[in-house]
Write a protein that binds this ligand. Structure first.
Ligand code: PMP
Length: 648
């Protein structure tokens, strides 16, 4: 939907006057509708606009026509109704003209109901704003506050319009200090009429031309999209991509809640953007935590210095792992899933090098594992797929089949004493196709641990933070990690950050006056303060009752959705763990190198309004926790349609 939301620094500032002018002016170029969703008291603003624009434009009646001229929440309360923004959104969506001028009520922070204000309405309608201001005393203050309120909510603003007498100094001040343009000064008119507006338009032709281009610039978002795609092709190399197969990448311009927006489309992010997103795209609370941190301290070297966001986050992470039954005491930061695994491998290796048993040097991993793309992380991962070419660069690792308990037992009994570490993705191997294996594997690794003396590395880069229904996936078993690797959801999907948690026993083995015994590993952006701040807020949100209840609900909804897929022709091995649902596409060779297949499925799912990205022959969903029941149903219905209708 294209349009503009006309808001003001105050009531009676000239919003209706400007809306009428704008509608009149744009009507020469564009078919449009004027819509004032909430009208409190008479006379009706729509009548005024009608008196100017007549039948040059369309009108959508107010969703809420309230009698009392007071703030909308109060007038609604007196009539025993509650303003529901979804109703307004519904009305807005029914508008048939290509453009809409929406006029707000009062200023941005005017309450509409118990919890929401006008700014929430602007966000909901997903259109840019124009702020009408005046030359009155206090204008500068009100204008800055209003623009800040828009900025804080991530709402784009075309600029401001000043209603009132000429004031070149004020205009110059705004032009200089604001980061949005002054689009227009609309003087008082002796007589307000179409003729007077036409005269004004003729006299201010060039200024108005800019206003028009600014407001209608996204007239053809597809054109802009294509231009950007061309540049992307020219300058960018994408990860995990065969550019000979994938020729064009959708240019995502916006993310909000469960949705991603590109060209004219909007899709549900069914995979939480590579499993990182927890509470929806551009979650305002998480966004705010970064905004307030960025003005305090953006970054500082973490070797030799510390800061509050890292300290607070560390305390929260340690407490959370303790609540989950692990005994972990210290947090070592890095910046992605591969590096936190790399850290655990190096730490466990060095731990034994400076212990009485330096012969413990090997690692045991599970077939089908994926732990990242750096050389160490690749070494403990499955080598048949995309890592194969690097095999000769990797160190030697033992692998066992997670679906064969006896193989694991005999391997541990035979080689267990040589192991520095045993590394697992607990309960579910994500990248190799959401392979869910029995908790007995983890129980056996735990049972043999004391006797054989190895350290256990739990890579919960994917499984952490309730994806599997529990805070950490190891909680489904009796296994307790010596190293816990976390990333992805750690920052709610906002910034790159990773953590490797260890016990004091490990930490103390490095604690010495000899520099060589320190863990000499670090990344420039270790414990970035903005990333720690947003991670800290993410941990707070995870612990709320609402989140806990939502995770339960998503698990239940997933169960119901998957039940509808059982027995569907073309589908097999339907499975679930917590919020993760997966299935195999029958007859599809689960060969990663068939990149074209995954790409075709992704394109088709996007055409159906959902982002899905199969892993070989596995279709799966890892939804963000803001997903609604109907959105989740749409994700799984899309899988069904893909398999039963779209795939040959
Ligand atoms: N471990 C696991 C279990 C993963 O799923 C991933 C990424 N999919 C990684 C490690 C690597 O994380 P990153 O891509 O952030 O390096």
């Amino acid at each position: 939907m294209r349009g503009v939301f006309v808001t003001g620094t105050d009531t009676d500032i000239g919003k209706t006057f400007f809306s009428a002018f704008l509608s009149f002016y744009l009507s020469f170029e564009e078919k449009l509708t004027y819509f004032k969703p909430i009208q409190a008291g008479a006379p009706l603003d729509q009548d005024f606009v009608k008196s100017i624009c007549g039948n040059r434009i369309e009108y959508r009646n107010s969703t809420y026509l309230l009698k009392k001229p007071a703030s909308p929440d109060r007038s609604a309360f007196e009539e025993n109704i509650e303003i529901d923004l979804s109703e307004i959104e519904e009305g807005f969506k029914q508008i048939e003209t290509p453009f809409t001028v929406v006029e707000g009520a009062g200023g941005l922070l005017v309450p509409l109901n118990k919890d929401q204000t006008v700014v929430d309405l602007v966000r909901k309608l997903e259109i840019p704003a124009i702020v009408v201001t005046s030359g009155r005393l206090g204008t500068i203050n009100h204008t800055f506050l209003t623009l800040n309120a828009l900025k804080n909510q991530g709402i784009s603003c075309h600029g401001i319009v000043i209603c009132g007498e000429e004031d070149p100094e004020l205009e110059a001040y705004f032009q200089d200090k604001l980061d949005v343009p002054v689009l227009l000064r609309l003087p008082h008119f002796e007589e307000i009429s179409p003729e007077a507006f036409t005269n004004f338009i003729e006299k201010n032709h060039s200024k108005l031309q800019t206003l028009k281009t600014t407001i209608l610039e996204d007239k053809n978002p597809a054109e802009d999209h294509t231009k950007l795609q061309d540049k992307d092709k020219k300058f960018v190399w994408h990860p995990f991509t065969q550019h000979g197969i994938v020729k064009d990448h959708p240019v995502v311009r916006k993310g909000a809640g469960s949705y991603l927006y590109f060209d004219k489309r909007k899709v549900i992010d069914g995979i939480s953007s590579w499993w990182v997103n927890l509470f929806g795209h551009s979650n305002p609370e998480l966004a705010r935590s970064i905004k307030s941190q960025v003005d305090e301290l953006e970054h500082v070297i973490f070797a030799g210095f510390t800061h509050k966001p890292a300290i607070e986050l560390s305390e929260k992470l340690v407490n959370m792992t303790r609540e989950s039954g692990a005994e972990l005491d210290k947090v070592f930061y890095s910046d992605n899933g591969s590096t936190c695994v790399e850290v655990a491998l190096k730490m466990s290796y060095q731990y034994f090098q400076q212990s009485p048993t330096p012969s413990k040097k090997r690692f045991l991993a599970l077939n089908g594992s994926y732990h990242g793309d750096t050389l160490g992380a690749m070494s403990v991962g499955e080598r048949k797929g995309f890592n194969e070419v690097f095999t000769s660069l990797m160190f030697d690792v033992d692998f066992v089949n997670p679906f064969d308990l006896e193989e694991l037992r005999s391997c541990l009994e035979k080689n267990g004493e040589q192991y520095a570490g045993v590394i697992v993705e607990p309960m579910i191997q994500g990248a190799s196709g959401m392979r869910m294996y029995s908790s007995e594997v983890l129980d056996l690794i735990e049972a043999k641990k004391r006797e054989l003396g190895y350290l256990v590395i739990c890579d919960e880069v994917f499984t952490g933070f309730y994806r599997t229904g529990k805070m950490f996936a190891f909680e489904h078993s009796g296994l307790r990690p010596d190293f816990l690797c976390l990333s992805k959801g750690l920052t709610g999907g906002f910034l790159p950050l990773a953590a490797t948690l260890v016990s004091d026993r490990i930490y103390e083995a490095f604690y010495n006056e000899d520099m060589r015994k320190a863990f000499l590993h670090g990344h420039s952006y270790t414990a970035n303060p903005m990333a720690c701040a947003v991670a800290s807020k993410t941990m707070d949100l995870l612990k709320t009752k609402e989140t806990q209840e939502k995770i339960e609900q998503i698990s239940q909804w997933t169960r119901d959705c998957l039940a509808n897929l059982e027995g569907v022709s073309g589908v097999s091995n339907v499975r679930q763990l917590g919020t993760i649902g997966a299935m195999e596409i029958n007859g599809e060779d689960p060969n990663y190198f068939k990149g074209d297949f995954a790409y075709q499925v992704m394109r088709k799912s996007i055409d159906r309004g959902v982002l899905l990205r199969p892993l070989g022959g596995t279709l799966y969903a890892v939804p963000p926790y803001c997903v609604t029941k109907s959105e989740l149903e749409k994700i799984y219905e899309t899988m069904k349609d893909l398999i039963t209708k779209d795939l040959p």
